[in-house]
Design a protein around this ligand. Structure first.
Ligand code: AMP
Length: 114
């Protein structure tokens, strides 16, 4: 059994409020939402960080972005606006080492992030 929490969500071993599933990605609601709408889009295949992604992952990274846009539409925040974020490593604030695209919406988001 893997100790990666997001691999376990993909495998259905840990529950998640799923929004969207495709051949390559799964999207679900974040457990600790930082905005009224906060979803995560993850690849089914384990990649620890964006820094670990390679040329072979080019299509998969595109799938993540397009699924993020689809999720924003499904959550009803596409028209007003939303933010996609992928944190990388310690200074980027990454806490789960299986890449994930945050999709945040439902309120006006400040910039720059902290
Ligand atoms: P990051 O800090 O960028 O690595 O983001 C990790 C995100 O995963 C955080 O927003 C957490 O709230 C979220 N998270 C951690 N465990 C779970 C879980 N079991 N289900 C849903 N979201 C989770």
């Amino acid at each position: 059994m893997t100790d990666c929490i997001f691999c376990r969500i993909v495998a259905g071993e840990i529950p998640a409020k799923r929004i969207l599933e495709t051949e390559n990605v799964v999207a679900f609601h974040d457990l600790n939402p930082a905005a009224p709408q906060h979803a995560l889009v993850i690849p089914r295949r384990h990649i620890a960080t964006l820094d670990a992604a390679t040329e072979d992952d080019r299509g998969l990274l595109g799938d993540l972005m397009l699924a993020g846009a689809e999720v924003a539409r499904m959550l009803g925040c596409a028209e007003k606006g939303y933010r996609t974020v992928m944190n990388c490593n310690e200074d980027g604030g990454q806490s789960v080492y299986h890449i994930h695209l945050h999709v945040l919406g439902g309120r006006s988001l400040s910039w720059p992030p902290g």
